[in-house]
Unconditional design. Sequence first.
Length: 355
Amino acid sequence: MRGASGDGGLVHPGLRMAAAYAWRILVVGVAVYLAFTVLGRFELVAIAVFLALVATALLRPLADLLARVVPRPLAVALSVFGSLFLVLGLLALVGNAAAGEASRLVGEFRGGIGRIQHWLEGPPFHVRRGTLEGLHDRINSFVARNRGALISRALSSAGRAVEALTAAVLALFCSIFFVHSGDGMWRWFRGQLPEAARSPWDRAGRAAWSTFAGYTRGIILVAATNAVLVGVALFLLRVPLALPLTLLVFFATFVPLIGSPIALAVATVVALAGRGPVIAAVVLALIVVVGQFEGHVLHPLVMSWAVRLHPVVVAISVIGGGIVAGVAGAVVAVPMVSVAWSVTRALRDAPPEGV
């Protein structure tokens, strides 16, 4: 009995500590995986609720401000539907701009492809013309062989568009109630809990909402700043489809670390085909400048509203969320991790009962 009880003394303290942290990390990892799995099973509902929470974080201050001069239901209607019409008007403007430049862009792309081929044939690449023509022929033959698959994939995309519309309608429906009476809904939920659990849940819920709202407002500000900077540069450089590319940069910023570079890479390809290698090189340099400005100025300044996460944690969260749930997982991973960390801190730093 003595030997059995004294076995713990034979284990090095560092190994015991490593084992204690290891099983806790495994539990957290399993919990995160199960959370993403459940959200994946109810992806449509999860995305709709997430969008509704984003809209609530952005529109609740506006609704509270309007409620000082008009009845609250009218203030909620003005803030929600006014913002909706503004977004739809912006999307219509972008669509009209893209449609108006489509014919000109086709001609520029044809000329741009010729310039790219000529550029690749010269130094320092010295690619043979036959290689480029063979690549073009292989692409055409691939499209011809897989036309049926491409059509079926397009039809599948149409089905996804219907799902996206359903999620948007559900998000609009939920956001109206969240903006109007989110506090009352939370008080009702807290009232259903046992008396001893109400205080911890209230601290956790308020910390979670404060972090989520701060992150949402911060990332919107970062995305808008990036979009304005890139849009002005693209307009000055006369890059085709400057307005749609600006909108692409705005939405891509919601995927931290990798979203903006990918969007600006698309802009570089458009600039290369439409304006030539010199303008494309300028746009490529813009990727570096905007990335440095976003990473070293905007994020530290703006994200101080929310919980600051180490870049390694952000990168792992984005990649892990993308692996588990695709683009949606990459978008929601960082705010979920931020909320989880803020809740942990709120519960850990809570004063003892009765103090």
